[in-house]
Design a protein around this ligand. Structure first.
Ligand code: C2E
Ligand code: MG
Ligand code: MG
Ligand code: MG
Length: 278
């Protein structure tokens, strides 16, 4: 009995694994093709000044317009891009497209605001990152102060290597923001030394703000710490007026979330936020 169920269990396991592997390989091939066929696109989510709710930046978020599955979110394909090494080409396309779009908005008379671009771990650690970014900025004509890179705490595990990269980037004038702040396993000591521009409070602390005393304590403490360290601070994932009020009461400078806007295609960002400036 035991032996039989064990055998069945094993067969089930391997066929499940094969199916998974097959789907992954398929998706990887499709993803390679998608890049050639221009099926990737960027949406942009507005970031607002808390005080007057003016737009002060946008975050570029990649999407895949899949021929049969529709618009796919990044968590369905970024991991595959990372495992297969496709992330380098994809990351280059994302950076170039985000910079090109922002330069175009500037040229069209839009507000002089920066675009934030998420970097994957492999991109952050690629050699000559600064040279590579300089090239993209030169090609697209966007000035360095209008590009902000979002990295996570886990990318800074290697303190010496990250210090070198961050110092070089900040000398060049590109800002680096710490995304999903508070969810990583790193120590706070690196905040003293590293040229980090902005802390981005993770959405998981915002979601239950009105219910959870400890989330309120954590959020208030991050805001206060950022102020003392002379860093900027932004909260992500604001969905309600109550969450906004708490952040205002605690002097959080910047906010981003569905309460103001979902990530939007470029033309909708333009018509909603930039046309009044013309
Ligand atoms: P992230 O950088 O932390 O981006 C924030 C995510 O939260 C986005 O999901 C955004 O749509 C979502 N979001 C924003 N406001 C709200 C809100 O009020 N409520 C809720 N429930 N969600 C909100 P998205 O676009 O699916 O991206 C997920 C993650 O994928 C990003 O997290 C980032 O880590 C990664 N990602 C997105 N675009 C890129 C990219 O171009 N390159 C790389 N390497 N990673 C990317
Ligand atoms: Mg981000
Ligand atoms: Mg985040
Ligand atoms: Mg996140």
């Amino acid at each position: 009995e035991v032996k039989k169920s064990g055998k069945n269990g094993y067969q089930f396991y391997t066929s499940g694994l094969n199916a998974q592997l097959k789907e992954k390989i398929e998706l990887e091939g499709e993803l390679r093709k998608a890049m050639k066929l221009n099926e990737l696109l960027l949406h942009y989510q507005p970031q607002m000044l808390a005080l007057d709710q003016r737009i002060i930046g946008v975050e570029a978020l990649v999407r895949w317009n899949h021929p049969t599955k529709g618009l796919l979110p990044p968590n369905t394909f970024i991991p595959i891009a990372e495992e297969s090494g496709l992330i380098y080409d994809m990351g280059t396309w994302i950076l170039r497209e985000a910079c090109r779009q922002m330069r175009q908005w500037h040229d069209a008379g839009g507000p002089r605001i920066p675009v934030s671009v998420n970097l994957s771990t492999m991109q952050f650690h690629q050699s000559n990152l600064v040279e590579y970014i300089r090239k993209i900025l030169e090609e697209t004509g966007l000035e360095p102060q209008y590009l902000e890179l979002e990295i996570t705490e886990s990318m800074m595990m290697d303190a010496a290597a990250s210090t070198a990269i961050l110092t070089e980037l900040s000398t060049y004038g590109v800002k680096v923001n710490l995304d999903d702040f508070g969810t990583g396993y790193s120590s706070l000591s690196y905040l003293k030394h590293l040229p980090i521009n902005k802390l981005k409070i993770d959405r998981s602390f915002i979601t239950d703000l009105t219910l959870s005393e400890s989330d309120r304590a954590i959020v208030a403490t991050i805001i206060s710490m950022a102020r003392h360290l002379k860093m900027e601070v932004i909260a992500e994932g604001i969905e309600t007026k109550e969450q906004l009020d708490f952040l205002l009461d605690n002097s959080c400078q910047e906010i981003q979330g569905y309460y103001f806007s979902r990530p939007l295609p470029a033309n909708e960002v333009e018509s909603t936020y930039f046309l009044p400036y013309h």
